[in-house]
Design a protein around this ligand. Structure first.
Ligand SMILES: [Zn+2]
Length: 475
């Protein structure tokens, strides 16, 4: 019996010592592939303590078993050989990566602008929900507003697939042809009229309701404590007797403005503004503050996958769950997109935040990079926002997080993501660290680090709420 145990231990040690060489490559995902970039990276893991080479050059093994190696690519075929050796045992994997030659330079065809005849009236209306109006006639251009169905508009001309709206002033407004009814020539223009205006409020929001003869293009601009709504094409008499082509409404608060949004209910336009919360206990400013916490990805959406196949969705979830606990401890009312590993649709997440009257939305992610970039150079913390009203929160979270986690400050970025495109709630997306930077990847897997990240974000939200509820603070 005793002999057997000793024998088993002996065999076990022998087995460990002669562990087979293996190479598990997480990225690139295919051995024969095309990559249109000046470099790619090999991300994966191998037998602990093995000697790993890529095209003959030794590769550093982090934690003694995983690697992240940037490999430059030549034009044409690149043969890349990975070899892992341990105890005279060798495993070899060969990749064939094609980097396409650059296309011959060609000048993109400049689309011509066709303008309507001077006396012509070109009428149309939106035929889709979320019909996006942009500042320029292309998809990459800045969004002005997403309009609902049946918004009536008059057109000035067409360039490519976009129509230009007839508008005075410097800003241009363009809409894609698939969003609107085929334009019709009219002999008379029917301007919209403002019939009535009412203020209504409950404990969460102020609603300013504008009763119109028909829906028109609207734009909302925020500047610190002021919101300016423009209802386009509603002719207004000024006090000096002149007329303005648009109706303008300005709303100001003593404190900086949190979330706001505009929308139609049939012919009624509603400007909805989050009420500034009243802090009852100065030591607990988060008491009753409604916060949406989103753990990025989930279910079969893994997000980025690290060198030893730890998934971003799981790290996001761990940090989010700590954040939820920390916020609740301070009395905040928290709703989450998920507290377990499950799939949640992108727009379902936005809906959960809105349906629960959240004031703040924080989405937790961890970063990766496209081919051509170097995770040893580009890494650290980043915070993304889209609207001006989320910039301050993004700045506070970013500064605190990079400081508290002692990570490279990757800055704040204006990014049009589904989860931060809305002005209500105040929405930011946090990329805590990089899944493919070796040191950050190792940190991200530690629960102490995850907790520290969550605690830092909670404290930043607290700071933000104190600033936003203080009348003396002007942004
Ligand atoms: Zn992500």
């Amino acid at each position: 019996m005793f002999k057997n145990i000793i024998l088993s231990i002996f065999f076990l040690l022998f087995y460990i010592n002669s562990a087979l060489a293996y190479i598990d490559i997480v990225y690139p995902t295919s051995k024969k592939t095309t990559i249109n970039a000046q470099s790619t990276f090999f991300v994966g893991n191998t037998t602990e303590g093995a000697n790993l080479t890529i095209n003959g050059a030794k590769v550093k093994l982090w934690n003694n078993n995983f690697f992240v190696k940037v490999v430059p690519l030549e034009y044409g075929k690149n043969k890349i050989k990975l070899q892992s050796k341990i105890n005279g045992n060798t495993e070899e994997v060969i990749f064939e990566i094609n980097r396409p030659k650059p296309p011959k330079f060609f000048k993109p065809r400049e689309e011509k602008f066709y303008t309507k005849d001077k006396d012509e009236i070109l009428y149309t209306k939106t035929i889709k929900e979320n019909a996006t109006v942009r500042e320029k006639p292309r998809k990459s251009s800045k969004r002005v507003v997403d309009l609902p169905l049946n918004v009536i508009m008059y057109l000035e001309g067409k360039q490519g697939n976009y129509y230009k709206l007839e508008e005075e002033g410097e800003t241009e407004y363009w809409i894609h042809e698939t969003n609107i009814q085929e334009p019709v020539k009219l002999s008379v223009k029917t301007n919209a009229k403002l019939k009535n205006q009412k203020l209504y409020e409950d404990e969460n929001y102020k609603y300013i309701k504008f009763y119109l003869s028909h829906p028109v293009l609207y734009t909302i601009k925020q500047n610190g404590n002021t919101i300016k709504l423009t209802l386009h094409g509603i002719e207004t008499q000024n006090e000096d007797g002149t007329t303005s082509p648009n109706f303008e409404y300005t709303y100001s608060l003593a404190q900086p403005i949190l979330g706001y949004e505009g929308f139609y209910e049939e012919n009624m336009f509603i400007l909805k503004i989050t009420q500034t919360p009243k802090i009852k206990d100065e030591n607990r400013p988060l008491e009753g503050i409604r916060i949406f916490v989103d753990a990025g990805h989930g279910g079969d959406e893994k997000g980025a996958v690290g060198p030893t196949r730890v998934k971003e969705k799981d790290i996001n979830l761990a940090i989010s769950n700590y954040l939820i606990d920390f916020l609740r401890e301070e009395g905040a009312t928290v709703v989450a997109s998920r507290t377990i590993d499950k799939k949640v649709g992108l727009y379902d997440r936005v809906d959960i935040a809105k349906n629960n009257n959240s004031m703040i939305s924080v989405s937790i992610h961890n970063n990766s990079l496209p081919n051509g970039k170097d995770p040893y150079i580009k890494h650290g913390t980043e915070v993304h926002y889209y609207n001006e009203n989320a910039k301050l929160l993004a700045e506070i979270i970013q500064r605190d997080l990079s400081l508290n986690l002692n990570l490279k400050d990757g800055g704040i970025h204006k990014s049009s993501f589904a989860l931060n495109r809305s002005t209500n709630p105040v929405s930011v997306l946090v990329e805590v660290a990089y899944m493919i930077n070796p040191e950050e990847y190792m940190l991200l897997q530690k629960s102490e680090f995850q907790k520290k990240a969550a605690l830092s974000i909670k404290n930043s939200i607290k700071k933000y709420i104190i600033i936003m509820t203080n009348e003396k603070n002007m942004i």
